[in-house]
Design a binder for this molecule. Structure first.
Ligand code: IPE
Ligand code: IPE
Ligand code: MG
Length: 264
């Protein structure tokens, strides 16, 4: 019945807001949602503002979506905040982006504590500026015993770099004689990627119209459901997240099996 109602709504192009909320709560909520937060620059350009104004506004969206994910009972929210390729951008923009964790976490930390949210990070910490490292490490330390939503920032993260690192770890085990080449399995690789302790994403959202994954979670997205929207990240809101979840709830995940055998 839920599915029928959703389909009717989507055919009529109506907004989901009210009914949407009930529908989202009526079916399985994805455990792990990963988001490629794209379109800050385009949002700013449309308003004749500098690109960094878009990043600042995007940070407000991070707050909004974190609260909403927490209220919906999502267990893990992974947000792609800075890729290993984003270093190619102008120095001033990179610096602005590197300052955002400090700004975001300093003001948001009390609420994260109140909401029992745990901050985590995937990516390479060591090559981030000191102030970025400090902000992330402080927040991770302060929230490490929290048991609610895991707010996982992908910062200085690249999917290929992550796989290379996992391979290096595996080769070290082979060299040390604790693993043979023939024993290497998918489980071993899963143990060495940065999300080893987390479930794989159920739903991937990318905002702002690009239909690519831009080196994000290459290993983990093998059976993730994808949802793309033209909305720029600063305009993404609670209703957008619920719309994505509704679409997810109406997908049939088969994992290579036959129709109806999936978890949804
Ligand atoms: C996403 O917005 C933020 C980061 C990649 C850091 P963009 O800055 O990529 O915005 P567009 O794609 O140029 O509009
Ligand atoms: C992906 O967005 C990275 C983040 C959202 C942090 P980009 O804007 O960097 O991706 P491309 O360059 O359009 O592929
Ligand atoms: Mg972009």
């Amino acid at each position: 019945m839920f599915k029928k109602l959703f389909k009717r709504n989507s055919n009529m192009g109506q907004s989901f807001s009210h009914e949407g909320e009930d529908l989202v709560m009526g079916e399985a909520i994805p455990t792990h949602i990963a988001i490629i937060m794209d379109g800050n620059g385009r949002w700013a350009k449309k308003r004749a503002l500098p690109r960094v104004a878009g990043h600042h506004e995007g940070m407000q969206t991070v707050r909004k979506i974190t609260r909403c994910a927490c209220d919906l009972g999502i267990k893990v929210l992974t947000l792609y905040a800075f890729s290993t390729e984003n270093w190619k951008r102008p120095k001033s923009e990179v610096e602005f982006l590197m300052r955002l964790p400090e700004q975001f976490l300093n003001s948001f930390l009390p609420e994260l504590m109140e909401r029992n949210i745990r901050v985590e990070m995937i990516g390479v910490m060591e090559t981030l500026p000191d102030y970025t490292q400090r902000a992330l490490k402080n927040a991770m330390k302060a929230t490490k015993n929290n048991t609610g939503l895991v707010l996982n920032f992908a910062m200085n993260y690249g999917g290929r770099a992550e796989i290379v690192m996992a391979m290096q770890q595996l080769m070290k085990d082979v060299e040390a004689g604790t693993l043979t080449i023939d024993e290497i399995s998918e489980q071993h690789i899963s143990q060495y990627v940065m999300t080893a302790h987390l479930p794989e994403p159920d739903l991937l959202i990318r905002t702002s119209g690009e239909v690519r994954i831009s080196n994000f979670m290459l290993w983990q997205l093998a059976y993730t459901e994808f949802w793309f929207t033209d909305t720029h990240w600063p305009d993404f809101n609670e209703a957008s997240l619920k719309e994505a979840i509704l679409v997810y709830q109406n997908r049939n995940r088969r994992f290579g099996g036959l129709k109806g055998e999936g978890t949804n």
